[in-house]
Ligand binder design. Structure first.
Ligand SMILES: [Zn+2]
Length: 85
């Protein structure tokens, strides 16, 4: 098992790079959080972040995407997510 630890280029906190089930790279917070809605599982030697499923994942720590928690999130989202309104 290997985790890919890194630092956020915007705010400098430790993050771990995972892939989603769609194969997209996603930065996750290093530490679990009770409000997290994702779990990190190891599949094929990769850290896969997927949605937390209450029945299946009751014992797993929950994490949040760093996209959601980064205080500098605006830098991650320039242009692409301004369509929310
Ligand atoms: Zn950050």
């Amino acid at each position: 098992m290997r985790l890919t630890l890194s630092c956020c280029r915007s705010c400098g906190v430790s993050i771990q790079w995972c892939v989603t089930e769609k194969g997209e790279r996603i930065p996750m917070d290093e530490l679990p959080h009770e409000d997290g809605n994702m779990v990190i599982v190891i599949e094929n030697h990769e850290s896969v972040a997927r949605q937390h499923l209450p029945l299946l994942d009751a014992d797993l720590p929950r994490y949040r995407s760093h996209f959601a928690t980064c205080p500098q999130a605006d830098e991650h989202r320039t242009r692409t997510t301004k369509k929310n309104r």
